[in-house]
Ligand binder design. Structure first.
Ligand code: HEM
Length: 433
């Protein structure tokens, strides 16, 4: 349910709009925060979360089509939940799915989980599975990927220049660069990348999107078929990639299960690019809308590390994850009962006035940007966070060095999905420097 935005004369209009937005929010907040369309307009979800932080920061939501949950909107409360993994489990609810779809999944699979992957596991299993690849995603190992990512960045910027000074940056550039990187990590050949992009967009579009369960089950089965073949191949032809680690992985001397292996491929393949591409394209939009920040970054390229943190805070591509309480406890003055579900609203944490100075200002040299919770926090903190930051840093360094004068060439459009979302279209004009 998008929140109304109407035209009119400036001062009265702004006050009237504020009042009408407040009324809409106080009446419909539960439906607004679950509606995929809210996430198709960045103002709508920020208005909703700002209202919750001010009025009911740990809010019991009972939207019509979903099982109830607590919406946790303050930075400090989300950190408190994430760090206490003993009392707040990932199993069995990870993200917003209608009660009907959850029941359908249960009928079809006997489980309420979509897949037995890292985001659905708890300790001790989570720790053991995460340890299989954590070294691969650590800074040391990523160093060996830098040359390949640099080459990819050069190729990407060459392509932009060949396009003659105009492109849809979200669809034609940002969607492909992180996909290529994650496919190098996994060891998927280049000719299969369009299939991977199609399947993961179908998957994320289905989770919290308008397409629903049917799209998700199709995408899920197609991923499994594809990666079962990859496993067979890596057992006979081992290489230096994550697929080889997963194909041959053991825990306590036993080979890992087929379901867990396929789910692992899927989480790496799917989580690794739509997220990063949203920060890449949302970062460019923010720089175009804030020319003084663009100038600051161009004048001092050493700011790129801080700027990347700010792109990620500003865009917060993952809109939520869930946890389920084991024992009754207090959170933000509310009593959470055993078995209650909590939705951690990451975009809200990252605009929390109590955590960030002027959180609605985009600043490439923001000293507090690293406190953002866009990668979550605690034992489930994004496994690929160092990779995502490395990719964005390398691409922007190359792009700002060789391309100048970015301008909007049309209206940006956002994906309508309550789980992972960002720009789907960003028409821009630019010139080679
Ligand atoms: C987990 C965000 C890029 C792989 C997560 C979580 C978030 C997130 C919010 C859940 C954290 C929690 O529950 O505390 C993002 C964002 C990205 C990004 C915003 C880009 C800007 C990547 C990349 C990969 C990746 C490039 C590539 C491997 C994963 C995996 C998990 C995860 C495997 C599950 C970790 C676990 O449960 O132990 N990510 N991610 N992500 N992410 Fe990312």
């Amino acid at each position: 349910m998008p929140i109304g935005r109407t035209g009119g004369t400036r001062a009265t209009c702004q006050a009237e709009r504020r009042q009408s937005v407040e009324q809409t929010l106080s009446r419909n907040i539960d439906e607004i925060i679950v509606d995929p369309r809210t996430y198709g307009d960045e103002h709508s979800y920020h208005d909703a979360f700002r209202w919750l932080r001010a009025n009911d920061p740990v809010h019991y939501a009972t939207p019509e089509l979903y099982r109830p949950f607590w919406a946790v909107t303050r930075h400090a409360d989300i950190m408190a939940v994430e760090i206490n993994a003993k009392n707040f489990l990932n199993d069995p609810r990870q993200f917003l799915v209608t009660a009907k779809d959850e029941d359908l999944l249960f009928e079809q699979t006997g489980s309420r989980k979509f897949a037995e992957n890292l985001v659905a596991m708890d300790d001790p299993k989570h720790r053991a599975y995460r340890a299989l690849t954590s070294a691969w995603f650590g800074a040391k190992s990523l160093k060996s990927l830098e040359d390949e990512i640099n080459a990819l960045a050069r190729e990407t910027v060459d392509k932009m220049i060949d396009m003659g000074g105009e492109c849809d940056f979200a669809a034609e550039i940002a969607a492909w660069f992180p996909l290529r990187t994650i496919m190098i990590v996994l060891g998927v050949p280049r000719e299969d990348e369009p299939l991977m992009l199609h399947l993961s967009q179908k998957l994320f579009g289905a989770v919290g999107g308008v397409e629903g369960m049917a799209g998700m089950v199709d995408a899920f089965n197609a991923f499994n078929d594809y990666f079962s073949k990859v496993t067979q191949d890596r057992r006979s032809n081992p290489r230096n990639d994550v697929a080889t680690i997963l194909a041959n992985a053991t825990i306590d001397g036993e080979p890992i299960g087929e379901a867990e292996r396929n789910a692992y491929y899927l989480i790496v393949a799917a989580a690794g690019h739509d997220t990063t591409s949203s920060s890449i394209s949302g970062g460019l939009l923010a720089l175009i809308q804030n020319p003084a920040e663009m100038a600051k970054l161009r004048a001092d390229p050493a700011l790129i590390g801080k700027a990347v943190d700010e792109f990620i805070r500003w865009t917060t591509p993952v809109k939520h994850f869930f946890r389920t309480a084991v024992e009754e406890c207090e959170l933000g003055g509310k009593t959470i009962r055993a078995g209650d579900n909590l939705m951690m609203c990451y975009p809200s944490a990252n605009r929390d006035e109590a955590a960030f100075e002027a959180p609605f200002e985009f600043r490439v040299d923001r000293p507090d940007a690293r406190k953002h919770l866009a990668f979550g926090y605690g034992p489930h903190t994004c496994l690929g966070n160092a990779l995502a930051k490395l990719e964005i840093r390398i691409l922007y360094t190359e792009m700002l060095r060789r391309i100048d004068d970015f301008q909007l060439a049309g209206d940006p459009k956002w994906v309508e999905a309550s789980f992972v979302s960002g720009l789907k279209s960003l028409p821009v004009r630019y010139r080679a420097a």
